[in-house]
Ligand binder design. Structure first.
Ligand code: UTP
Length: 475
């Protein structure tokens, strides 16, 4: 399409202001803006604005009668069936030995709350070695591949904003030991932010204010980028999905994979029991007979506080953004259509933009809306979706904020508590305080061990045992 045709299309859609400064731009700048504009689905933007902004009726809290607590497979220590977990482990290990599982990290977020300059995966997170998040995952994936005798493929979703920096980071660190043929990057889609009147916002004279389309954009992007075909050729049919901000995650979890396979599920999730009724986590619920994650703000507070006869919260299953997704389910979701369409959500934000004369504006209050897809919204479309329980301390300690809850400080402490638990379970005489913290800084490389069992195996081989009365890194 020529530039003139593109501009006309925008004018006809009431978005002609996107080209307000066209005459001021150099030819390369004009090309850049035109390329961006050609990416935009104007009808989709108009539809999203109409549905989520113009005709929005405020937060849609679900009614109590349409929600029931979601069933889940409890841990053996919490009333679950030990034989079922053992069977799951056997099935999961067989799938891993057959190379059927790939790791999948969504790393396209903007990480605004952490306020770190750079892709979040490059943030240095471990307590002694200050390894970046990407290195922690890479080493877990490498170690699991060695354990199961099959290198594991790793798919990483980036954004337009962080793609080049992310790939350069991996190249600069030789993929942290993984081979090029097993590490795959692809970019997620993006959408322009709109003002409350539906006008697309400009971030510069030659650029719209674009932002990534949410972690739910991963399903479309897996398909569009050809990643699903790469998986198919490699014999991978299950993606182990996790977020870039959570170094505690078991990237590759044989028991989880086994439960998923035994249930013939297309999408499975992990839950942790909520720490307290008001905790702000998405909740696994059954809504209109379908498994779904409902945002905490959409569940009536009286339901969140309800307890059963034993005093336990009825709605206790908190979502921690760890899923298994079948390759062909992702393909079906990506194809879209009325029957399988993920809903967009709106996020009201302060969006740096330009005024009518082209001067930059740093807004003091909310001035626009971004649209995002959430991956957990795929659950109601999946065949036989299941939820399994995990221990928070073994799977979840995200780095979201610069300080306070879910910050680098809390995450470093949680990592050290986990390392200490593993060593103590292996028989090491390591002293911890009442909160489980070791006296000296402690870090265990995933290549030494990445769970209680693998750490115990390596620990037994260490002769003589290292001195535990000083800071320690086991690798
Ligand atoms: P968050 O919801 O924490 O968002 O993402 P964020 O953008 O990283 O951080 P804030 O809200 O700006 O502080 C959870 C996970 O989903 C990924 C993130 O990279 C993170 O792993 N994500 C989020 C994407 O990959 N793409 C997106 O568009 C949004």
């Amino acid at each position: 399409m020529s530039h003139a045709e593109l501009i006309t299309r925008f004018q006809q859609a009431g978005q002609g202001h996107v080209f307000a400064f066209w005459a001021d731009l150099s030819p390369p700048q004009q090309h850049a803006l035109a390329d961006q504009a050609a990416e935009i689905d104007l009808a989709e933007i108009a539809r999203l604005h109409r549905r989520l902004v113009a005709e929005a009726t405020g937060a849609a809290t679900a009614s109590a009668s349409e929600l029931a607590p979601a069933p889940y497979i409890a841990l053996p220590g919490n009333g679950g069936d030990a034989a079922q977990w053992a069977q799951a482990r056997t099935a999961g290990e067989a799938a891993l030995r057959a190379g059927r599982v790939a790791a999948f990290t969504v790393a396209g977020g903007q990480g605004t709350r952490l306020g770190f300059d750079g892709p979040k995966g490059t943030f240095q997170v471990t307590p002694v070695q200050a390894k970046p998040l990407f290195q922690v995952f890479a080493e877990k994936i490498l170690a699991a591949g060695r354990r199961y005798g099959r290198p594991i493929h790793w798919f990483i979703m980036t954004s337009h904003a962080n793609h080049d920096e992310t790939t350069a980071f991996f190249a600069g660190h030789a993929n942290f030991g993984l081979s090029n043929e097993h590490v795959h990057f692809f970019r997620q889609g993006r959408l322009p932010a709109v003002a409350h009147d539906g006008k697309i916002m400009l971030e510069a004279k030659d650029a719209m204010a674009m932002s990534p389309d949410g972690h739910g954009g991963s399903l479309r992007a897996l398909h569009r980028s050809g990643a699903l075909d790469v998986m198919e050729q490699a014999g991978v049919d299950i993606l182990s999905y996790f977020q870039v901000d959570n170094p505690l995650v078991r990237c590759i979890d044989a028991e989880f994979v086994g439960h998923h396979l035994l249930a013939q599920s297309e999408m499975s999730s992990k839950m942790v029991p909520k720490a307290y009724a008001e905790e702000k986590v998405g909740l696994f619920c059954v809504q209109n007979d379908k498994l779904a994650v409902v945002e905490y703000s959409d569940v009536p507070m009286e339901l969140q506080r309800e307890t059963d006869a034993s005093g336990a919260l009825r709605f206790s299953a908190g979502s921690i953004a760890i899923h298994l997704i079948d390759r062909e389910f992702a393909r079906r979701m990506a194809a879209g259509g009325e029957a399988v369409e993920l809903p967009f959500h709106r996020a009201d934000k302060k969006i740096p933009t330009l005024d009518a004369t082209g001067n930059p504006v740093k807004p003091a209050k909310i001035n626009g809306v971004k649209f995002e897809l959430f991956v957990f919204d795929a659950l109601p479309f999946a065949r036989n979706p299941i939820v399994i329980e995990t221990a928070r301390a073994d799977d979840f300690s995200p780095v979201k904020n610069a300080d306070g809850v879910d910050s680098p400080e809390t995450c470093r402490a949680d990592q050290q508590r986990q390392f200490a638990r593993w060593l103590r379970a292996a028989g090491a005489e390591l002293f911890v305080d009442a909160a489980g913290m070791p006296q000296h800084a402690l870090e265990i490389s995933p290549l030494f061990g990445y769970d209680a069992e693998t750490v115990a195996e390596s620990w037994r081989r260490l002769v003589p045992s290292p001195n535990l009365q000083q800071p320690l890194y086991l690798s």
